[in-house]
Ligand binder design. Structure first.
Ligand code: TNX
Length: 429
């Protein structure tokens, strides 16, 4: 009998699973499982995982660990499972507040357990430049020296960067670096005088405003700067995507903005990578292999040329810097309160009216960190809400039910808490 494309039968019997003796087999001929799918069998006699790829085996292990109770037992099961979307991501803003290599690695380890497979790192903004770029030493050393509220800054050397992306590879998480241009660039302007029209560096910025800074297209240094930054990212990032920002460029006039996006697109294409940009770039003529990231305005996404892929980060469901509820000591309010029900209760195909379903590449939840100074606070805002996003990205809509998910979310939240993760205790769980 041919296996069903998707299939999950959990029995009433349970057996203790010995994780060291799980039988794993790679069968590249199992094309029905795709790049990430797996088949998992838990029986009294043992546990087996089959997949067509290493990534699939990893995903099977993730599911197995979630099925296991604290006593090490799991229900007898037969699961055949593949993801709904290819891009299932989290974004961490390390520009507004800096997080160390070890913290970023811990973040990767945590998200990878839920089969999330992209980590978008927002590396530069008005408040900080976090990656060393050869030939432009002031960017990281001066531009990275502080953070929002004058909190301590920091930056990654290229060795640090490679350590982060390597940790990602080992956890099947592709790192997507973002250098935000042409707006959100005060840290760069404050570090390199030639990037300023008057040749004078503005002071470093430690406030929370957006939209006041811009690179200038026609200054002689700008193109060389863009070229060197894009090259450095491409040469040190194994994944296929480079995110160039493009959001909230309120101090760049429209014609110059469009020219800038075209320049970025040429530079990224010349490296053989694919460009990702925030939805605002939908106003420029984009190549078909560009991906735009929706966050606020569905009109801007709808304006993007046909064929351009879309990652969905609707603020009202995915913004991890929003508070959970009125008693949450952390979090902002502008996109509304987002408790676990709102983080779970949306269907990606409903977000942008008229957008063909096959243009949706996937989903991503961003954590902006203007008000998130510590990694403890990162954990509080991300967990367990990121698990909601993980299931929105993985599981087909007809198989998703809040009542069923809620119980599993409760278990997983307890497990994370037991392991010392600073989870938020939602009133809904
Ligand atoms: C909007 S989302 C921003 C960020 C802020 C965030 C705060 C996006 C592309 N831009 O610059 O950090 O709101 O919630």
């Amino acid at each position: 009998m041919l296996p069903l494309p998707r299939h999950a039968v959990l029995g009433n019997e349970r057996s203790v699973v010995d994780l060291d003796s799980v039988e794993t087999s790679l069968h590249p001929s199992r094309t029905d499982l795709g790049a990430e799918g797996y088949e998992l069998l838990i029986e009294a006699g043992g546990t087996a995982i089959v997949a067509a790829t290493e990534h699939g085996l990893w995903n099977g292990h993730c599911t197995l660990r979630q099925l296991m109770a604290v006593d090490g037992s799991a229900p007898h099961a037969h699961v055949i499972d593949t993801p709904r979307f290819a891009w299932r991501g989290a974004m961490l803003d390390v520009a507004r507040h800096f997080f160390t290599v070890d913290e970023v690695k811990r973040f990767i380890s945590l998200i990878s357990r839920y089969k999330l497979n992209r980590l978008h790192l927002h590396l530069t903004d008005d408040q900080g430049w976090r990656l060393d770029i050869p030939g432009w030493p002031a960017l990281a050393r001066h531009g990275g020296s502080t953070a929002t509220n004058g909190d301590p800054g920091g930056y990654y050397t290229l060795d640090d960067w490679r350590e982060i992306v390597h940790h990602g590879e080992r956890h099947f998480v592709t790192v997507v670096p973002e250098i935000d241009m042409p707006g959100h660039t005060n840290a760069a302007l404050a570090s390199v005088s030639e990037l300023n029209v008057d040749g004078v560096c503005p002071p470093l910025y430690t406030g929370k405003q957006v939209g006041f800074s811009s690179l200038r297209m026609h200054l002689p240094a700008t193109e060389r700067f863009v070229h060197d930054v894009v090259r450095t990212l491409a040469e040190n990032t194994p994944g296929p995507w480079l995110h160039i920002g493009g959001d909230e460029a309120h101090s760049t006039d429209h014609a110059e903005y469009v020219e800038f996006i075209e320049l970025l697109q040429r530079e990224v294409a010349a490296t053989g990578k694919r460009m990702v940009a925030w939805e605002e770039a939908g106003a420029a003529p984009l190549h078909r292999d560009t991906v735009v990231q929706h966050w606020l305005s569905t009109d801007k996404v709808a304006a993007a040329p046909a064929g351009v892929g879309v990652v969905l980060s609707p603020a009202s469901h995915t913004y991890l810097d929003m508070r959970h509820d009125e008693d949450d000591p952390l979090g902002r309010r502008w996109a509304g309160d987002i408790d676990v029900d709102a983080a779970y209760g949306w269907d990606p195909v409903d977000v942008v009216p008229g957008l063909a379903a096959d243009r949706i590449v996937g989903v991503e939840a961003p954590l902006w960190t203007e008000k998130v100074p510590t990694f403890d606070a990162v954990e509080h805002l991300c967990f367990p809400r990121l698990l909601c996003l993980a299931e929105v990205g993985w599981t087909p809509q007809p198989m998703r039910q809040w009542d069923d998910f809620r119980v599993r979310l409760q278990h997983e939240t307890n497990r994370l808490a037991m392991e010392g993760v600073n989870v938020h205790r939602s009133k809904l769980l």
